[in-house]
Write a protein of this length. Structure first.
Ligand SMILES: Cc1cc2nc3c(=O)[nH]c(=O)nc-3n(C[C@H](O)[C@H](O)[C@H](O)COP(=O)(O)OP(=O)(O)OC[C@H]3O[C@@H](n4cnc5c(N)ncnc54)[C@H](O)[C@@H]3O)c2cc1C
Length: 389
């Protein structure tokens, strides 16, 4: 059950999404351009940096509040929803939790003004096996020098704040572990070297970033609570918020597709009656709603939960919710397109865009297979694999 305040926020987000986001969604997809106008509108509405504590200028809202807003954006435009995820979860959560005062103020200022931070973990040779990363940060006096290549970075070429996961080495060349390093774009030595021609999410650049002797001040390394030795585990703990966000985007796309399918099933007539009167279609619609409800309940439970350290969603709930919601959403959107017959296959309607967009959510942020590995390891009582899953 949502509280009255949560219902009010949901209604405000729905109104915003229909009024401001819906009319832009198709053009964002077709142009493949990052929607700076929508970002400005999100910031003006208070949907960027909602989870940032009030002392840093945010609203100190919960992950559930953020999820309610993200679902409404995803019903209309996946790119907008992903901006809302990364402006309220993931990198921003890690900096607000682990950062110094200066780092928190810096991140809060940027996000509240409309920056969607980039989180830089994946490398060409280190995907699911993220701890095999080779990007390194070498300490030189009062600076860190970063070298390496990150791939599939959401917001490459548009984000200002980058949270870079890298192996840290001290002045003597001894490895300390994996840490999080804040770099701001533009900077010499930080370049987008390739933009992926993606299947969906076309207004959001996904790219390969090169760090070539990128220099950042020593004070831009996150002071991890357990030092660099457990740095990766602590950073991935913060990432559980982003997993809830990603699952919520998938679920929101599915909710938008089902809404449209229901309208069409009421209106479209064949054999002298609305197609929604045919039991073959009714059962499809009922199954879609059932999967959607289960997804939403799991995601809200994960958003409300807290795991180790008490600050981020529980890893087990976040993983299960993301697996279930991302797989269910692909099926729901595919079935919604089927309800439309040939019309669903046309670019004149949003169903084909939704199907292209929803496909990625079993991949990014821990694949469905790797998240199952995490769940199974917990069930068996084994040490968590040191992967991003
Ligand atoms: C649209 C999009 C946006 C992204 N955004 C970001 C971002 O902002 N920042 C970032 O750092 N990364 C980002 N990623 C990268 C994403 O997190 C990785 O793609 C993901 O972690 C998987 O890595 P990989 O693609 O290299 O696949 P691989 O690790 O090479 O896996 C290939 C296949 O093998 C399977 N597999 C691998 N290991 C196992 C195992 N142990 N057991 C069973 N199956 C296994 C996988 O499930 C997959 O099916 C993004 C990806 C996409 C598609």
């Amino acid at each position: 059950m949502l509280s009255q305040a949560e219902l009010d926020l949901q209604a405000r987000a729905r109104d915003f999404a229909r009024r401001v986001v819906r009319p832009r969604a198709a053009a964002i997809d077709a142009s493949r351009e990052y929607p700076h106008d929508i970002v400005a509108a999100l910031a003006a509405e208070g949907f960027m940096g909602m989870t940032i504590p009030a002392q840093y200028g945010g609203q100190g809202r919960s992950y559930l509040d953020a999820a309610l807003v993200i679902e409404e954006m995803a019903r209309e435009c996946t790119v907008t929803a992903r901006i809302a995820v990364e402006a309220n979860m993931g990198a921003v959560s890690a900096v607000m939790e682990y950062g110094t005062e200066d780092q928190r103020r810096l991140a809060a200022g940027l996000v509240l003004a409309g920056d969607k931070p980039a989180i830089c973990i994946t490398e060409p040779e280190a995907g699911s096996d993220a701890t095999a990363m080779s990007t390194r940060a070498d300490r030189k006096g009062d600076r860190w020098i970063i070298n390496g290549t990150k791939h599939w970075i959401t917001g490459a070429g548009v984000s200002k704040l980058h949270l870079i996961f890298a192996r840290a080495f001290d002045e003597a060349g001894a490895e300390l572990g994996i840490g999080g390093f804040i770099a701001l774009r533009p900077a010499a030595g930080l370049e987008m070297e390739y933009r992926e021609p993606t299947l969906g999410l076309c207004g959001m650049p996904e790219g390969r970033l090169g760090f070539r002797d990128l220099e950042i001040p020593a004070g831009m390394a996150l002071p991890m609570p357990n030092g660099f030795a457990r740095g990766f585990a602590d950073l991935i703990n913060a990432y559980n918020s982003q997993r809830v966000g990603a699952g919520t985007v998938a679920m929101g796309i599915a909710a938008g597709a089902l809404d449209r399918a229901l309208d069409f099933a009421r209106e479209r007539e064949q054999f002298g009656r609305p197609i929604g009167e045919f039991q073959g279609l009714q059962w499809m619609l009922a199954d879609m709603q059932t999967q959607l409800t289960a997804s939403r309940l799991m995601l809200h439970a994960a958003a409300r939960s807290t795991g180790p350290g008490g600050r981020f969603p529980d890893p087990m709930l976040a993983a299960q919710a993301k697996i279930f919601a991302s797989e269910a959403a692909i099926k729901i959107v595919n079935d919604a397109l089927q309800v439309f017959g040939a019309r669903g296959y046309s670019r004149d309607l949003p169903l084909e865009r939704m199907l292209r967009d929803v496909r990625m959510f079993t991949i990014a942020g821990g694949t469905a297979q790797v998240l199952r590995t995490l769940v199974a390891a917990r069930l068996l009582g084994w040490k968590l694999p040191q992967t991003r899953g």
